[in-house]
Design a protein around this ligand. Structure first.
Ligand SMILES: [Zn+2]
Length: 123
């Protein structure tokens, strides 16, 4: 089997290097979410979301950032977690409150599952 990302030979869908890289990236998701707050407002001087030639004023927020700050990060992560929970026969995801908490708890779960996976693989 080949790794889904780097195409190297592996016994699993992702090789150890790509898996570790992904897990490493999971750790910074909550911090990146918080950093996006500074990117929400269009900066002056930068061409914003204004359509070229339009006399309409620019949008008050950057839409791609607004999307990421309103379920754009947590939803795909939690969908992935939900699939793992079904496979592992864990309880369903419970209410987690605001977006930052959803991202943080989901990343913790996914990282924890990785450790369980690696222990299983070592046996
Ligand atoms: Zn790989």
């Amino acid at each position: 089997m080949k790794c889904a990302l780097c195409r190297r030979h592996t016994e699993t869908s992702l090789c150890t290097n790509c898996w570790n890289y992904a897990i490493e990236k999971l750790q910074v998701f909550p911090k990146k979410y918080e950093e996006l707050e500074d990117e929400l407002l269009p900066s002056r001087g930068r061409p914003s979301e204004r359509v070229g030639g339009s006399k309409e004023p620019p949008l008050p927020v950057r839409l791609e950032v607004l999307y990421l700050r309103s379920n754009g990060i947590s939803k795909p992560l939690m969908n992935h977690e939900a699939k793992i929970r079904i496979e592992q026969r864990h309880t369903r995801i419970t209410f987690r409150g605001q977006e930052l908490n959803r991202i943080t708890v989901t990343c913790q779960y996914l990282r924890h599952k990785r450790n369980g996976f690696m222990i299983t693989m070592a046996m």
